[in-house]
Design a protein around this ligand. Structure first.
Ligand SMILES: *Cc1c(COP(=O)(O)O)cnc(C)c1O
Length: 461
């Protein structure tokens, strides 16, 4: 829903928007009582109509819960560079960027060319390809912790398989996840899991027997003491600790100095595998992800999002002795019809090469620094007790004090944020529709985009 002030609107545009043909019906439409209000609602007509239909066919009208925006989401017609356009022809500067993958912006010509080239050769074989070997070699080059890896189709599959493998390798059952950490939507990890669940106020899901999560332990982020006692107490049956190095799905919430290094030391000393879920941070913070950025080497890593260039993908990898336990070389089973899908892998190769050759992260991280600095100034100038957080090309204005864990994130003013989200949308800026979701910057965002965005923050905060 977008609220427009009548005085600011050109009348003819308005008639056009409302699809009303004459002034009489226009006035009647505005005000059956004959009194013309100063402010009224203009709906995104086509999106609203699409939503009415969609919700009869698709639960909630969306294919993934984070996309549900109250009262209804805009339905996208196309996207290009930093801009996303809806069915009604509105255009927004996009900081959601498909929740992370579109680090070069939408519809990037280099990625598109790689996909087109692959399309001409066919897009699904069910046989191994040279493409997979090429991408695997590149990933192993950027991530020294990854000797071997396997391709899957989503981040969800990657963490599901990584956890199974960690359990198979260690012959232990339990794992620790971080409260508010999101690792996809499979049974074992859907406990206090990130923005979708958190925004909807349903930290757990129906349909998951309690027995399925009895091996899932929770620890608050950034608290090495609680983690230490949990790991030491459970070490005999503890396979792994899985963590987003930067909590991206409720944040970004950053690790306190030394936290990840201490976690590495703790897990090593207790014979527990450390899994970095870098589905967001991989190729976002640096080519070598958070592990390069913070200088911490995990035993296993999961990747997704950026590494597919916008096509569906997931990766899990790690030390050779662990990875060799995966079928067919080992006894931990894992399989997928679309695993290593040629278009995804071709897009991924093009993405990695472009990021590296164009030194994209230097430019992006500088834009991120600028954005955070300017936003901090705006927040201060407006005298708000809000906080600007972020790292590299991730940022967020938290409507509250800087959070260091899930419980602190929950204290932020999420209703206030949602109202702000709608004001930003009306100003032509699309932020992720939740206080608990990271904003991303792409290489396609121009200086003009950034300045317009800062103006919109200034107006709407
Ligand atoms: C998005 C995400 C996943 C799940 O990836 P999908 O491709 O959506 O299944 C897993 N872990 C993290 C950290 C993510 O951000």
């Amino acid at each position: 829903m977008i609220y427009l002030n009548l005085l600011e609107l050109d009348l003819l545009n308005l008639l056009d928007l409302l699809k009303l043909t004459d002034l009489k019906s226009f006035i009647e439409h505005l005000s059956p009582s004959g009194e013309i209000p100063m402010t009224f609602e203009v709906t995104l007509d086509k999106s609203r109509q699409m939503y009415e239909k969609a919700k009869t066919l698709i639960p909630g009208g969306v294919s993934s819960p984070v996309r549900a925006i109250k009262p209804y989401p805009f339905y996208t017609a196309s996207a290009d560079g930093s801009k996303i356009r809806d069915l009604d022809g509105n255009e927004y500067i996009d900081y959601c960027l498909a929740y992370g993958p579109a680090i070069l912006g939408h519809n990037h010509p280099v990625i598109k060319a790689a996909i087109k080239e692959q399309l001409d050769k066919g897009w699904l074989y069910g046989t191994p390809t040279e493409l997979e070997v090429t991408l695997a070699e590149k990933v192993a080059g950027y991530y020294p912790s990854i000797d071997m890896l396997r391709f899957v189709s989503t981040g969800t599959e990657a963490t599901m398989s990584a956890l199974r493998l960690a359990r198979g390798f260690t012959r232990k059952n339990k794992f620790v996840k971080i409260e508010g950490g999101f690792h996809g939507a499979h049974d074992a990890v859907l406990v206090k899991a990130g923005s979708g669940a958190t925004t909807l106020g349903e930290p757990d899901s129906l349909g998951i027997p309690a027995n399925f999560t009895k091996y899932t332990l929770q620890a608050p982020y950034n608290d090495i003491e609680i983690m230490t006692s949990l790991v030491e107490k459970n070490r005999d049956d503890l396979a792994a600790v899985i963590i987003e190095p930067v909590l991206g799905n409720i944040g970004p919430v950053l690790p306190l100095p030394g936290y990840l290094k201490e976690l590495r030391k703790l897990t090593k000393e207790n014979d527990v595998l450390l899994i970095f879920d870098e589905v967001i941070t991989g190729f976002r913070l640096a080519m070598g992800g958070a592990q390069e950025y913070f200088g911490v080497v995990p035993d296993m890593t999961t990747l997704g999002k950026i590494i597919g260039g916008g096509m569906p993908i997931g990766v899990f990898g790690g030390r050779r002795e662990i990875m060799e336990m995966i079928a067919p070389s080992g006894a931990v089973y894992q399989a997928g019809t679309f695993s290593g899908s040629p278009c995804s892998v071709a897009a991924g190769i093009a993405m990695l090469d472009y990021l590296k050759e164009e030194n994209i992260h230097a430019k992006l991280n500088a834009t991120g620094d600028y954005m955070r600095a300017m936003l901090s100034e705006i927040v201060e100038d407006e005298g708000l007790d809000y906080t600007v957080c972020g790292i590299a090309s991730m940022f967020k204005v938290f409507f509250g004090a800087e959070p260091h864990n899930y419980q602190e994130v929950l204290k932020c003013d999420k209703e206030g944020y949602l109202a702000f989200f709608h004001r930003m949308l009306a100003s032509g800026v699309f932020l992720p529709p939740s206080q608990f979701e990271t904003n991303f910057i792409s290489a396609a965002h121009s200086e003009e985009d950034i300045e317009k965005t800062l103006e919109a923050y200034m107006e709407n905060l």
